[in-house]
Design a protein around this ligand. Structure first.
Ligand code: HEM
Ligand SMILES: [Cu+2]
Length: 709
């Protein structure tokens, strides 16, 4: 029997537990422990789903859904699960480096290499990306007054490809090893000669799946914003979060392609003996460096721009003011998006270009600071004279402004090739990019969760626990990363599992403390969600507008109905819902209702995701029959779908009318809640606009007119 035909290169020694049996050590025990947690977690999920009888609802209401809202929620769920893994890996790395100042620590060099590679890869591709994509999915169609994205099925396929990539990385905990090539996987180290095992292949296929998913998302969202805005929503009336979504989508279209090209070429080198990136034989790794960073630099803006959108919404809402400098914020976003393609070389100043080339890219990099600075002033000036409420989301915003400016300045330092020659490849750089990405992107997403959670689920999050978690995260971040600037200047190289340098000890100890605080913050955030679910009756805000919001998403019930808007709104200003509230014409009944067509659920996307996952796994392990079978099956599903005709269902006007009139009547009858009471159980989601506080706040029910016209 030729087992290799069936199982490819998988042997029993490929399983992580075999390492523990063969040469027991603490490092192996931790690896096996992580593998066991993955297996037990999967088992527990299966048992829970079976015992509770949730398989059917999971399949029927979620996995097969093409509703942008559910797709968005699933993206964010992936991000949170993967965050739990990656943040624990970060804490392990911290502990190892601390333990290794006077000894060898407890992790092997190889295990440490896998940890920084999975941590970086997961955080970028399976935490930050799904987080922003999920949020854009949920919020953008609501902000432009649309019923869904332009291509709902494609949207679900993007999600399932991302999920397939995430599952593949989880599988690598149990079967085989992951790459030790870092998140950027530079050849020739990641070529077959220096990394012969399956690790790099896991990286290649997980990242390729995510990358293709993101390309499709970019196309989908850009078309949606161009084509599906409601009547009257000109480009310059779009909320800023939608603007940043548009710019990010365009970046996704152009930036993911070089990445996919790079991963596929690396795969050809490894699988088929090509020489794109090898040393010699005509190959040149600089081609990889250029392709990777042609993706990699725009990628950081793909992540930060949606967060900038969140900050703009949060600061305006919680300052009870219109955003300051709307137009300048839009142009700044566009400038950043364009410039982001002109600076990639700053990631390899030290790799042999002439001084003139380095100088040009250094200057281009510094120029990005200008539009970013414009934004910072706009946010600050939005707060001036505003009635600021220090909600959790707003605390994150203020923290963002303070910390992001410091991180930005270290970026300007690094943009000097001369400085970069000194500190590149040290913890100074690690400090710099975490300094941008944690207070900027990660906390931006956390602020977004605090802000939009009541919209998504119909109840607010527990405010006290939100603040508690913020007060762990914010100082935790400072403690975990500011010492790294010092360490970097002292010469501590990045991706190093031990330096045996006692002088680093105090700084590493501080950083460890910071990581512990970050873990505590995460635990409190999970607790906040659990407690809020338990207390959802007191926290309920079904009337849709808990924060005195400004854009269209706040004008509909929470959670929104499947069709989002009973009648497509017509807008005539920026901040249309806020203007309507001020004018006393919000919550008016529309004159007529029409039948609404929504796409039916379909198994297409989850099946494609399943087969794509099998295909990638088979490629990693050279299980050729499965490679062919799953590839064929993907296309069988696609072709079968092309014959489906009955893909839409109609929701009768009467159903829509009954639901909408009940909502409007409840909203009109509810007493508005003023801003100083918004964190109390009085807040049912009917905000009293600040301009009307102290007055009756009554709504003229008047003659029926189009909502918001
Ligand atoms: C939340 C707390 C976090 C902690 C404590 C942490 C810690 C670390 C540590 C210790 C390293 C290895 C540094 C070295 O080279 O020695 C690292 C690398 C990295 N981290 Fe984080 N991190 C955190 C969050 C994040 C987030 C949110 C992202 C991105 C969204 C991220 C992206 C990365 C990347 C890309 C690398 C580089 C991996 C490589 O060298 O290839 N991290 N982090
Ligand atoms: Cu860059």
């Amino acid at each position: 029997m030729n087992w290799e035909l069936i199982f490819g290169q998988i042997k029993w020694t490929s399983f992580v537990f075999a390492g523990m049996i063969e040469n027991p050590s603490l490092s192996e025990a931790i690896a096996s422990g992580a593998g066991s947690i993955a297996v037990l977690g999967a088992l527990a999920t299966v048992i829970l789903l079976t015992v509770k009888g949730w398989w059917v609802p999971l399949w029927r209401d979620w996995l097969t859904s093409v509703d942008h809202k559910k797709v968005g929620i699933m993206y964010i769920a992936i991000a949170l699960v993967m965050f739990a893994r990656a943040v624990i890996e970060a804490a392990l790395m911290r502990a190892q480096q601390l333990a290794a100042t006077e000894g060898a620590g407890f992790l092997s060099a190889d295990h440490f290499g896998q940890l920084f590679s999975t941590h970086g890869t997961i955080m970028i591709f399976f935490v930050a990306m799904p987080f922003i994509t999920g949020l854009m999915n949920y919020v953008m169609p609501l902000q432009i007054g649309a019923r869904d994205v332009s291509f709902p099925l494609l949207n679900a396929i993007s999600l399932m490809l991302t999920m397939a990539g995430a599952i593949l990385i989880m599988v690598s905990l149990v079967v085989g090893q992951f790459s030790t090539g870092g998140w950027s996987a530079y050849p020739p180290f990641t070529g077959i000669e220096f990394s012969p095992g399956e690790g790099v292949d896991y990286w290649i296929w997980a990242v390729s799946l995510g990358s293709i998913g993101s390309t499709l998302t970019g196309l989908n969202f850009a078309v949606t914003i161009y084509k599906k805005r409601c009547p009257g929503m000109t480009l310059f009336r779009m909320p800023l979060f939608t603007w940043t979504t548009l710019c990010t989508s365009i970046l996704m279209i152009f930036a993911m392609a070089p990445l996919t090209a790079a991963t596929v070429m690396l795969a050809l080198d490894r699988y088929a003996g090509f020489h794109f990136f090898t040393n010699g034989d005509g190959g040149n790794m600089m081609n990889y460096a250029n392709l990777f960073w042609l993706f990699g630099h725009p990628e950081v803006y793909i992540l930060i721009l949606p967060a900038f959108g969140v900050w703009s919404e949060v600061v305006a809402t919680f300052s009870s003011k219109r955003i300051y400098g709307y137009t300048s914020l839009v142009y700044a976003t566009m400038c950043i998006a364009v410039l982001s393609f002109a600076v990639w070389l700053h990631h390899f100043f030290t790799m042999g270009q002439s001084a003139n080339v380095n100088a040009i890219f250094g200057i281009a990099t510094m120029i990005i600071g200008v539009p970013t600075g414009v934004k910072v002033y706009d946010w600050l000036l939005t707060m001036v004279g505003g009635r600021i409420r220090f909600s959790t989301a707003m605390l994150y915003h203020i923290n963002f402004l303070l910390t992001f400016i410091l991180g930005g300045m270290t970026g300007v330092l690094l943009a000097n090739p001369g400085v970069d020659f000194q500190v590149h490849n040290t913890l100074f750089l690690v400090a710099h990019f975490h300094n941008m990405i944690i207070p900027g992107v990660l906390f931006g997403m956390f602020a977004a969760v605090q802000f939009w959670f009541p919209k998504v689920f119909g109840f607010r999050l527990h405010e006290g626990l939100g603040r508690a978690s913020f007060w762990c995260f914010a100082p935790g971040f400072l403690l975990a990363f500011f010492p790294l600037y010092w360490l970097g200047m002292m010469g501590a190289t990045r991706r190093t599992y031990m330096w045996s340098e006692p002088a680093y000890l105090p700084w590493l100890a501080l950083a460890m403390l910071g990581a512990a605080l970050i873990l505590a913050g995460f635990a409190l955030m999970v607790m906040q969600i659990v407690v809020s679910v338990r207390q959802r009756a007191q926290l309920a805000a079904p009337l849709g507008d808990p924060w005195d919001g400004r854009a269209l998403e706040w004008s509909i019930p929470s959670p929104p109905p499947a069709w989002n808007f009973a009648v497509l709104p017509a807008v005539s200003s920026q901040d249309p819902f806020y203007e309507a509230k001020k004018a006393g014409i919000a919550y008016r009944s529309p004159t007529t209702y029409e039948d609404i067509e929504v796409p039916r659920n379909t198994a297409t996307a989850p099946l494609i995701g399943l087969f794509a996952c099998a295909w990638a796994f088979a490629l990693v392990w050279h299980i050729w029959w499965l490679v062919i079978a799953s590839f064929v099956l993907i296309w069988v599903v696609v072709i079968a779908r092309s014959f489906a005709t009955d893909t839409e269902e109609t929701i009768p006007a009467a159903t829509v009318k009954a639901a909408n009139e009940a909502f409007l009547a409840a909203a009109r009858a509810a007493p508005g809640v003023s801003r100083d009471r918004e964190m109390t159980s009085e807040n049912r989601g009917r905000a009293l606009p600040e301009s009307l506080e102290g007055r009756s706040g009554a709504i003229s029910t008047g003659p029926a007119v189009e909502v918001l016209s």
